[in-house]
Design a protein around this ligand. Structure first.
Ligand SMILES: Cc1cc2nc3c(=O)[nH]c(=O)nc-3n(C[C@H](O)[C@H](O)[C@H](O)COP(=O)(O)OP(=O)(O)OC[C@H]3O[C@@H](n4cnc5c(N)ncnc54)[C@H](O)[C@@H]3O)c2cc1C
Length: 326
């Protein structure tokens, strides 16, 4: 028998989709393990009313541990989860995808001397134990990860766990008092913003319109979103621009990002570095727009357009619109 603890991230009166997906997945696995799925929420009391916490029951959590503390920071959640896991004896801590989940999961792993598996796309029960499935070698293969530690930490890839429609089930909400480590309260949330493109699953798109540093600024993605919209595709990005905060990490293609093979990959303002190429070279058709005729991306493009993307992309969008309207 093993119970699973899931961290549920909330913002403005709702839990995020990846957290709800993790609760759904945790509940499914807990049934197979003969245990229960519990959730931990942390925040200001005003933001964590009984009704909101109780709603996690509809996704499969039987108990919800509500902890009062500063929102949006990793270390207080590490303190809280470590305490609850030690007190309640959970055998697994499960996280949906997202940067905060990675940070908390890594901290919790160190704190509990646990085994960890990140970027997980599936979890199954085998011989009464959890096995995490993690894609490797540019997603060309999947490895099975088994845990030898008392607690296994599993961190899903973004959108890996789908939330099910909420049922009428309820959860028991229990207030837990946690004494935070002094270092956990040193950081402070100053402001909060949504990254563009965080909710799009680029691996499923048949058409990708990808942008790089040649866009010049974050707003450069407006034109790419317009073009992707009329083409019925999604927007992707290079590491240079996600590192700059112009677009979401979830949209990054390449060695340290995602590997994609859409029918059409349209690259705008992307030089074609090898670390980017490995993530998109399997695309059926590659079209590149770059003002530098010697840009490496032209070496592996089916069609290359030498010119200023600021002029070409809006015209292309208009042309597609006109063609579709015709
Ligand atoms: C270990 C490691 C891992 C990495 N992993 C990744 C990864 O996963 N994914 C990734 O993408 N990168 C990765 N990188 C970074 C990679 O090496 C490149 O630095 C990055 O891909 C460059 O991004 P870019 O093409 O957007 O920018 P740049 O290389 O700066 O290219 C910008 C291009 O835009 C063109 N341009 C400028 N203005 C215009 C205009 N107005 N119109 C048209 N074209 C214009 C320029 O001619 C240029 O070719 C990694 C690097 C390392 C060391």
């Amino acid at each position: 028998m093993m119970s699973i603890l899931v961290y549920a991230l909330h913002h403005e009166g709702a839990f995020n989709k990846n957290s709800l997906g993790a609760v759904t997945e945790g509940a499914r696995l807990a049934v197979e393990l003969g245990g229960e799925c519990h959730a931990l929420v942390l925040g200001e009391p005003a933001a964590l009313g009984d009704e909101l916490c109780d709603s996690l029951g509809g996704h499969g959590a039987t108990r919800v541990f509500r902890v009062e503390g500063p929102e949006g920071l990793a270390q207080p959640v590490v303190d809280a989860m470590a305490q609850v896991i030690r007190e309640q004896g959970h055998g697994c801590a499960l996280f949906g995808g997202g940067l905060l989940g990675f940070e908390i999961g890594a901290g919790l792993t160190a704190r509990l001397d646990a085994g960890v598996c990140m970027e997980v796309t599936g979890v199954r029960v085998q011989d009464g134990k959890l096995v995490a499935e993690r894609p490797i070698l540019q997603d060309s293969s999947v490895s099975d990860v088994h845990f030898r530690s008392d607690v296994g930490v599993i961190i899903g890839r973004l959108n890996a766990f789908e939330p099910k429609a909420a049922s009428d089930a309820t959860a028991t909400v229990e207030d837990v008092s946690v004494e935070f480590a002094p270092h956990s309260l040193k950081a402070r949330m100053v402001s909060r913003g949504e990254q563009r493109g965080a909710d799009v699953n680029i691996e499923d798109a048949d058409i990708l319109v990808a942008g790089g540093r040649g866009l010049g600024k974050a707003e450069g993605f407006d034109a790419l979103e317009d073009l992707a919209g009329v083409l019925g595709g999604a927007v992707a990005a290079t590491r240079a621009v996600v590192d700059a905060g112009w677009y979401s990490y979830a949209a990054q293609i390449g060695q340290t990002g995602k590997t994609v093979s859409p029918k059409l990959y349209l690259a705008a303002g992307i030089s074609g570095a090898i670390q980017h190429k490995v993530g998109m070279q399997g695309s059926e058709h590659i079209v590149a727009i770059n003002k530098d005729a010697n840009a490496p991306i032209f070496e592996f493009s089916d069609l290359g357009v030498v010119g200023d993307l600021n002029k070409i992309v809006p015209k292309l969008t208009e042309a597609v619109k006109a063609r579709k309207g015709a």
